[in-house]
Design a protein around this ligand. Structure first.
Ligand SMILES: CC(C)(COP(=O)(O)OP(=O)(O)OC[C@H]1O[C@@H](n2cnc3c(N)ncnc32)[C@H](O)[C@@H]1OP(=O)(O)O)[C@@H](O)C(=O)NCCC(=O)NCCS
Length: 262
């Protein structure tokens, strides 16, 4: 049960519990060099874009990280480097005083004990309303389709095209976005690039990675590229750009608090 959704700007006292939220990402997903540069700076630089869902004990049960960026208005401008690209762009735009015109989701996460209870839509809806409250009409996201890891060899373009009988995406996380009104824009094939030596990747995955070629790793959305000769492994994660086009905020709704009960 969510008692309220607040921004980190409203509740700066929650910065430590926000970072301490249980992290279920596999170890290799925590080795992205772009994340190492920028992820930890989200709280200081864009506190109004970090959302926290709280239960009635004031404990964090979910969060959404997002960043503002300068978007010229065309789909083609969305970086093929998806997650890495938009995180880099947001901080570059900020450092150059470039006016932000859109927002991109970076991560949505629900604490494990509260998963499968419908919180993801509540969080995403709160993110949409926060973006409107801040005066934007375009919310994007380089979405990581959650069930894609079951079939890493399937091209993302084929996976993303799969729909159920009701026309909604077969993938559950893409479905949450589309049900709230998002459109699927394109695959971003180079969304996260995670390079490492053989020793590093063996440590991160516990796998032998003993032959050159493609290798499947649990929870990866695509196989990793292994080179024994060159002592490296490279993971290139494809994601999917989605676009939530939002109504222009009314003058009174822009003052509406995003706290809500469900
Ligand atoms: C992905 C995540 C945010 C979903 O949050 P959630 O609150 O558990 O999801 P919900 O209960 O709102 O369910 C949303 C939909 O996903 C489905 N779903 C949820 N978990 C699922 C699972 N493990 N396998 C298959 N479907 C699942 C639900 O059935 C529902 O589908 P519906 O369209 O049939 O209603 C959550 O699992 C999470 O934090 N995962 C780790 C981080 C992550 O992967 N984030 C997304 C990429 S940034």
């Amino acid at each position: 049960m969510i008692a309220s959704v607040v921004t980190l700007e409203e509740r700066p006292d929650l910065v430590e519990p926000m970072w301490a939220m249980p992290d279920t990402w596999p170890t290799f997903m925590q080795q992205d060099p772009i994340a190492a540069l920028f992820y930890g700076r989200l709280a200081d630089t864009f506190p109004e874009h970090q959302l926290l869902a709280l239960d009635d004990q004031d404990a964090i049960v979910g969060k959404v990280h997002s960043v503002p960026f300068a978007w010229g208005g065309s789909d083609d401008e969305l970086p093929v480097r998806g997650w890495d690209g938009i995180l880099e762009q947001a901080f570059r735009d900020h450092e150059r005083d470039q006016q932000a015109t859109a927002v991109s989701l970076i991560e949505a996460r629900v604490v494990p004990d509260h998963r499968r209870g419908g919180l993801s839509s509540v969080l995403l809806d709160a993110a949409r309303r926060n973006v409107q409250r801040l005066g934007f009409t375009d919310l994007f996201g380089p979405v990581r389709p959650t069930e894609k890891s079951v079939e890493p060899r399937t091209p993302m373009s084929e996976y993303v095209a799969r729909v159920r009988g009701d026309g909604l995406p077969a993938d559950s996380w893409l479905r949450v976005h589309v049900r709230l009104g998002a459109r699927i824009v394109s695959v971003c094939p180079l969304s996260m690039v995670i390079p490492g030596t053989l020793a590093q990747w063996r440590e991160w995955t516990g796998m032998p990675l003993s032959s050159t070629g493609l290798s499947d790793i649990p929870e990866a959305l695509a196989p990793v590229h292994v080179s024994i000769e060159h002592d490296h492994v490279v993971y290139v994660e494809p994601n999917v750009w989605v676009h939530h086009r939002l109504a222009t905020p009314h003058s009174d709704s822009s003052r509406t608090a995003i706290d809500r009960s469900t």
